[in-house]
Design a binder for this molecule. Structure first.
Ligand SMILES: CCOC(=O)c1ccc2c(c1)NC(=O)[C@@H](C)N2
Length: 116
């Protein structure tokens, strides 16, 4: 439809974001980490990132390329792997999200090289 043609990047990133949300089955990446619940989080993570924040940035057209979107995705995953111990559900969810997300994002970069 016309919308996709006028803003192909926004359309591709929205589709990517929905696919990432669908793979977040434990819903650990959907919202910012709750600092009241995890008081030492900011001692270790200087730049928090989550899928809802990425969605807000997308809506505000803050991503100019697929690569810029990928950078926030990597930040989100690396924060998770840095904060959580290896023997936690959170850490395993981070490894799985990294694997599944990288596959989705790299495919989008191949399908839409002019958007990267
Ligand atoms: C209601 C308590 O929620 C949490 O403790 C919590 C909730 C979500 C989390 C998280 C912790 N830690 C994380 O590293 C990221 C990936 N997600």
């Amino acid at each position: 439809c016309l919308w996709f043609e006028l803003r192909p990047l926004e359309s591709v990133l929205r589709t990517l974001l929905e696919a990432l949300k669908a793979r977040d089955t434990n819903d650990v990446f959907g919202q910012p980490v709750n600092i009241k619940e995890v008081p030492d989080y900011l001692d270790i993570v200087s730049h928090p990132m989550d899928l809802s924040t990425m969605e807000a940035k997308l809506e505000r057209r803050e991503y100019e390329t697929i690569g810029a979107f990928e950078a926030d995705f990597n930040l989100m995953v690396n924060n998770c792997l840095a904060y959580n111990r290896k023997d936690t559900m959170f850490y395993r969810a981070g490894v799985r999200m990294r694997e599944q997300g990288n596959t989705l994002i790299e495919q989008a970069r191949k399908d839409y090289p002019d958007l990267d």
